[in-house]
Design a protein around this ligand. Sequence first.
Ligand code: SF4
Length: 686
Amino acid sequence: MPLDILPSVCPHDCPSACALEVERIDGNRIGHIRGARSQTYTHGVVCAKVARYAERQHHPERLTQPLRRTGDKGVGHAAFAPVSWGDALDEVADRLTRAAQRHGSESVWPYYYSGTMGLVQRDGINRLRHAMRYSREDLTICSMLTGTGWRAGIGVLRGVDGREIAKSDLIVVWGGNPVSTQVNVMTHVTIARRERGAKLVVVDPYRTASAEAADLHLAPLPGTDGALACAVMHVLFKEGYADRAYMARYADDPVGLEAHLATRDPAWAAAITGLPEDAIVDFARLYGCTRRSYIRVGYGFSRSRNGSAQLFAVTCLPTVTGAWQYEGGGALQSNHGLVALDRTLLEGLDVLDPSTRILDQSRIGPVLTGDCRDLGDGPPVAALFVQNTNPMVVAPESGLVRRGFARDDLFVCVHEQFMTETAAMADIVLPATTFLEHDDFYTAGAHTYLQMSRAVLPPYAECRSNHDVVRALARRLGADHPGFAMTPLELIDHTLRASRLPEVAEFPADGWLDCCPPFETDHFLDGFGHADKKFHFRPDWAGLGRDHALLPAFPDHVAVTDDGDPERPFRLVAAPSRSFLNTSFNNTPSGVAREGRPTALLHSAALSRLGLADGDRVRLGNAKGSVVVHARAFDGMQPRVVVVEGVWPDHAFEEGVGINLLTSADPGVPRGGAVFHDTSVWLRPA
Ligand code: SF4
């Protein structure tokens, strides 16, 4: 059994973008996948779901050939019949053309997200979009609220090298659960604890596996992290932990900030967050007396109507103490802005017509059901071409999404690896390659490497890559752009050259190029990203988004959340599970076995008030609908909080619709963003 070990890069929607070593067996199958040791952020570690990727790669339910729907929407495989690639692509091109002729080109909406993070395979759909003047897509579903909040103070989307966590004396994981969702953070935390005796603090509304591992866990109510951050800063100023010399040099208005925070004391924050006043003070003192303090800023607490404001408030902490200036100090949310790539060729930016409309991907439900807040005077969406995402399940307010996809007058083509809930609603389904079957390159959120990977396996069955499908459609549609004539490697090569980076032939042989800037830049000692080079305690919210009216001048608690009422007293957090990644991996046997079934974590006080016992069925609901899950007693959170982990497939729920039936498509402020953890619900025995 000949075995090769080949380098690759994890393409999944996860900040770690791990460098991989893939066992290839007989040239056709994979065995284990390990983390590459020579890539010093991955450090030889990957998560369990990718270590056993063979389950997904060789899953018996992989799509093998193009399909045309012959039965009802939503049924799945039984409602489809095989069709040739040529006929399938001809039909898709014909239907997109007819939609454009009837309603205008903006009635076609190419819809995608991060099922792969590879820049060639993920973003080529934009080249087709721009060449055809199809509707543009506002990418709000994951990182809009974080990116806006981060840039508010810092001005540029990068932070301190994640490897410096290992050199820190205090790591604060704020709004994330890296044990489950970003295992590499814990690698570097473990080194810091072992070698420096570092402390770990986790801020999260429930006691996650990461919180279990922490020295201190703070569990504020969802949507109140901004208040906690303000009270911490109040203590930092009051008790002499603020680095006034640092702020005088590097911040815009520290005097104004201190005056503003005078009334944001721990008692004020305790009333908002539900945390004990003492716990807030203890945390503030620990943070204040530790120079090398590193905040790993997660996504969880951004998924709220006030998420950008909350995230901004947290980024102010290392500026108040001056932690940015020390090795092992500062903060990181994402490094996707670190490498300045010229994306013209990848995305066809040179043929983009800025007058084409932009539709918010998180509001696909309202968009498809004709909400005038989204469509204005424009045409309805008459045709969807979907790659790399499963909006029927992952998008908020999924009842509306379902109604939209059910429209008889909507044509849908889905290019996918599996018969997802979205594929089951399509007219044409096309089988897609996995990352192991195509070439691509990747930036990363968590580290500083630009990484390239080559195909490890030939395409499975009749699967084709996103790039191949996009260029085949472009040919049929008459879309003109030099990028359509190139191979993925040629696209990568041209993009690297245009970005003044080492071209393909000069790229490191293992595929990872460390783009970490020098210490002064990495730590913003040569200035933050704004024109005045200062950190902004007074952000220009108006410059960041049009819905800025409710955002305050300084960091604050912004009370715009769905904070419930007597009818809906519980706060629902739809958190990620360890074994799934959005809906990727929610069909692999070992992951499903580990996760069990859709489950609501309920405080024992809530359980007894409802007359329920551990394991009983409970119905969660609000005006959008209700779902039934099993309850599990769990006291690691405030009694008002309910947690349902994992984006389970719809069929795992008794009534065939998943948890996003309850979440809202309201946009976060000021620039949009999905508010998955900002939902109030009622609970009843089922
Ligand atoms: S931790 Fe994230 S990037 Fe690394 S292998 Fe797992 S899913 Fe992929």
